[in-house]
Design a protein around this ligand. Sequence first.
Ligand code: UN1
Length: 521
Amino acid sequence: MERGIASGAASDDRASSTGAASHDHPTPAYGNFIAGEWVESVTGRTFDSLNPADARDVVGRFQLSSASDVAMAIRAAEVAGPGWRATPAPKRAEVMFRFAALLAEHKERRARAMTRAMGKVIAEARAAVQEGIDIAFLMAGEGRRMFGDTVPSELPDKWAMSVREPLGVAAIVTPWNFPIAIPCWKMMPALVTGNTVVWKPASDTPGCAALLVELLAEAGFPAGTVNLVTGTGEEVGAALVENPDVDVISFTGHESTGRAIAQAAGRRLRRVALELGGKNAITVMDDADLGLAVDGIVWSAFGTTGQRCTACSRVIVHETVADALIDRLVERTRRLRLGDGLDPAVDVGPLISGHALEKVSGYAGLARSEHDVVCGGRRAAGEGLEHGFFFEPAIVRDVRPMDRLAQEEIFGPILSVITVPDYDALVTAANQTRYGLSASIYTASVNTAFRAMRDLRAGLVYVNAGTIGAETHLPFGGMKGSGNGHREAGHAALDTFTEWKAVYVDYSGRLQRAQIDNQPG
Ligand code: UN1
């Protein structure tokens, strides 16, 4: 195994050659990070991570870990727990500020590594690292806030307040589509509040995880506060979720996995925060600025190749403007350039894998047989695309709200257009989904906008903007099947990783009985 990633920033220059697509360099190998050391898995087995824009390009070799590796990482997190919990929160935050600054300093390498690992175009990858930096600064600030309540007691000479306490060991299980931002959304609040972490990154993007952990270690998070174990969900994820010493699990990913995790956690009465799918709608009223709506729809539906939980996969449009909107959408979509996201001229990168390509192609087949596909919808061919998982962004019309295409999360660039006669039908259709993550309305009417802000059942609502682009200082998460009621980001994120302790101090020197001594009359 190469030692490069064990030596922090010193490895940045040397290893930056691995950040750009290249077939000339030997495949770098990465360890797990347990108790402050880069170590090999006890299995002695590894797996390769491939570039989805060119599957011949092996990004790196990673540990195919087992339940024993997970047990060691959890033990390391437990051992580090008391010291970290006893460290004053502003001191914990100082380490986090250093990490945020390091991530800003080494952003470009991480952005390029992200594009190479999962395909999103480089401008988006930079933004996705920026999102990690933003949450790190925000959460470091919480080190000096972390507000509780100080309230008057109902009894004289008595003090009443509440403080947040860390839960203990946090298991963090993250997806590949935001391989730096989402782990930071979870780990920063977990760490600043005094938890220690075991992190299992998606098996498609373990390299981004290693590059993040490298900076966490360099920033000075003590050994054992952050542990990284790579491998499969079936083995590593399951071992984490089943382990009785894990106190809280934060997961972003597929709904079925989320359900299984919630069941396992429920049996142990452990907290679990889930961020699951979406079937996000952009709604367009007859008074909307159509040019603006087209910008927002194309960006939300085909940015990140449609592979965001917040991606727009349904357009619900007032019938009087439907044809005009669709014409403009098609015209714009046909002009999108597909290719390797490291090329700054490219608009849309590949899907994450052959499996994803198959799934998305399956939905395109369904669209062709049951609806009207007005553009795209096939595996993209052409020069430079032949070794990657490219798919032509598709627009499908004549879809009805309850059709499969409008109900199932596709996680790819297929956009269904639903036509409605009025505002009520528009809101009904938007809400006719088991998900409730993100929703948007385009309208020029302030009254309609406020109605939609009230009526759309989603954790994120946008007015005259698309469904993507949430900022880190407001709560992020979904209603209904998009989660289980928790929120990431913002100060709401602290609720996932802390529990409340109510503290009463009676300085009267006598027995005072709440609800007895203070009764009216
Ligand atoms: C996700 O889709 O999994 O709002 C996260 C957004 C980004 C985060 C998306 N800030 O689209």
